[in-house]
Design a binder for this molecule. Sequence first.
Ligand SMILES: [Cu+2]
Length: 463
Amino acid sequence: MLCFHSQARLCLVLGVAGVLLGFIAASPASAHVGDAGPVQTIVMDAGPYELAVTMTIPQALPGPLLVDIVPDGEPFPETFEVRLTRYGSPFPEKPAALLTLSSALSVTTRLDIDAPGDWEVEILARGASGEGVMRLPVTVFQPPLPPTTIPLAIALGVLVVSLLAGAALSSGGRHARPGFAGVLRFLNYAAFASAVASAVLAWLQFTPLQAETTPATPVYSGGAPHVNLLLATDPRSPSAGMPVTLSLDLRDGATGLPADDFSPHHEALLHLAVVDESGGFFAHLHPARLAPGLYAVTFIPDRPGAYTVYVELMRHGGSLQVVTGRFTVAGRVQVDAAPLPGLGVRDLGGLRVEVRAAPEPLRSGQLTTLSLVVSDENGLVRDLEPWLGMGGHLMMRHVDQALFSHIHAAAPVAAPGSTLRYGPELRFVHNFPRSGIYQAWFQFRRDGQVITVPVTLNVEDAQ
Ligand SMILES: [Cu+2]
């Protein structure tokens, strides 16, 4: 027979109440900007500054959203203003945080999130090169309560009530009376049964919870619709050698509304390649998100002609898609417009890069390995840094612009901040779908600098 001393009973009541309160307070929250999980790093250009922003979503609400900002290359900004607002609402005038970039080249702030749902974080960067802004969407959601929640709350409630009632009865000394002995016994049984039920339900409650907090993604029947790109330039007639701002207005292909459900992939919401018709101008950029579905980036085209933009994006629950746009640049050539070199050795800013292909000659329909071998004056280089999580990137297109490819080096993927290093050889595997001339740009990073290796590839017909 169960019988508690009244003080022990009181301790138990307080303990159970504590567990109950703790359980209620610890309702978990999860992140859902794309499929990136509760910690996500996004590389984006805020005006002249390329920033890697790592956001850590609070696991319980209210809680702090940690925002860590690291410049991803020069120029470095000096100060940051960080603001937070509910998705679609104007940003407050007063920043939530004013930060100054230290010699550690990293700043961190905590923004208070008090409710689940969609939020936007604005980062305004200022420095000697001017100012730039980016606005990042963040989703914090509270998952639906597990089905055991209500039975657990009832079992804990019965446990507390029966223990409290038993404590009250026994402390009054009335249990000596004949009628109360039976009541007390009943309360003890009720307390015992609800304690066992609570333990089992609590185990069920917390065991599967970890596995089930994977973020849900919007459900589209047949996959997310495609995205349309409305491209605009400012000025409307750009000139070679002068800055131009590209605005990318991305719209859902079904509704026509702004498409704003992009999953970060390779550490960015969008990857933009801008190439002129000769292939002599190539830029791999990460435009700033300014408003839902609206991105912008500024750069200087160095030669006149027809330019193509390739925007790489991934909608929630979808696969990568590339949308293209075109614009024209007037004016005169600002640089030596020599054709891109072919396979072989070249010198690039103190580095010797050999571009190899196997098997040679290149043929369509044949699995081909393209590789870079990087060395400097001290010999082979083994300290290439991850860029966008990869050892190397290769963007490539057929000259008639029918084909665009983005290939990653066959090497381990690096998490943000990884100390993983690559080299001296970066290998890329591809099967050329058709013969002809391809313009290719290999990219890797060393000492914080991204190095681009332009190459012309002549692919012969399949044998
Ligand atoms: Cu990119």
